[in-house]
Design a binder for this molecule. Structure first.
Ligand code: ATP
Length: 299
């Protein structure tokens, strides 16, 4: 009887875990809110992302019938480039990264990764090519070690440590009571927004996908957390393509290129210094933010 009871208790616990982990899994795979309209064609070939080059070719997309959120956007991102996407609220930044994840199919135009149209390749192979660091990192009620390892379940302990070091979270993890064995998540140790983001970056690093999508949190982080995250991103990205939706422009200083999106179109494209010299929307946004004002006033 004990064995049976024990067994059913384990089953109940694992069910609780499963339910708790669902949100986490969705989050990690970047499939939150994924509409059912995106389907693979029978026999869809696998995407082979060997370098991480991204092309948008005259892409049009609208959520409803009335107006388009992306209006004929073309962009070539060479493999390994670090590109920041900025623009006022509602400009189309999230839509842009959602289309790259194929949460929706485009209505016109094409999106390619290493020359292969994502619309015609198998969705699971696209998910393997992308590591997504969402705005809100979900931690599940497991150890820190397991939480990071979710990026790549077969990673060794040494690989987890190395990802954590690259993401600048090894230090604070070792200072927690039980280090990497500390339990986090709902009933575990509470971590700050900056610490959670760095765990998300470590996961993405471990995943070894050629393209990293960073959706920067809008909520204010303290300056130290911001600097740590910036350093983490610089280390992690060395040989990957990084596409970052940025709300804090100061975090873009080390990026190769910035594109400014407004009303579904690219209105500026260049390095931070080029765009600042140009005196357009990016420069206005930069100056507003330096004064602690909202970038939306730059429109
Ligand atoms: P923010 O900085 O505020 O996050 P954003 O630049 O990411 O803004 P998007 O979220 O891409 O902007 O929105 C682009 C346009 O599409 C906006 O007009 C927005 O209202 C609309 N939109 C976004 N998501 C949806 C949706 N799920 N259904 C309908 N319209 C949407």
């Amino acid at each position: 009887t004990f064995r049976i009871l024990h067994g059913s208790r384990d089953l109940a616990l694992s069910l609780v875990d499963t339910v708790q982990n669902l949100g986490f899994i969705e989050d990690t795979l970047g499939v939150i809110g994924q509409p059912q309209t995106v389907r693979d064609l029978p026999g869809a070939p696998r995407l082979i992302a060997y370098a991480g080059a991204v092309s948008f070719r005259d892409v049009h997309f609208g959520y409803g019938r009335d107006s388009e959120a992306i209006k004929g956007l073309s962009l070539e991102i060479p493999a390994g480039q670090k590109i920041g996407i900025v623009g006022p609220s509602g400009a189309g930044k999230s839509t842009f990264v959602h289309l790259l994840q194929r949460l929706y199919d485009v209505q016109e135009g094409q999106i390619l990764i290493d020359g292969q149209a994502i619309e015609t390749t198998a969705q699971d192979s696209l998910r393997e090519a992308l590591a997504v660091v969402p705005q809100e990192i979900t931690l599940f009620h497991r150890t820190i070690m397991e939480n990071i390892r979710f990026g790549r379940p077969d990673a060794t302990d040494e690989e987890v440590f190395s990802a954590a070091r690259a993401a600048h979270c090894d230090g604070f993890i070792r200072r927690l009571g039980e280090g990497y064995d500390s339990l986090v998540g709902e009933r575990g140790i509470k971590l700050s927004g900056g610490q959670r983001q760095r765990i998300g970056i470590a996961r993405a690093f471990l995943k070894t996908a050629p393209i990293i999508i960073l959706d920067e949190a809008t909520s204010a982080l303290d300056t130290e957390a911001e600097m740590e995250i910036q350093r983490a991103v610089v280390t992690v990205m060395s040989n990957r393509t990084v596409i970052a939706v940025a709300h804090r422009l100061s975090t873009l200083a080390s990026f190769d290129r910035i594109i400014v999106i407004n009303e579904g179109r690219i209105i500026e494209d260049g390095s931070v210094s080029e765009l600042r010299t140009k005196g357009g929307m990016f420069d206005r946004m930069w100056r507003l933010q330096a004064e602690g004002l909202s970038v939306d006033e730059a429109v």
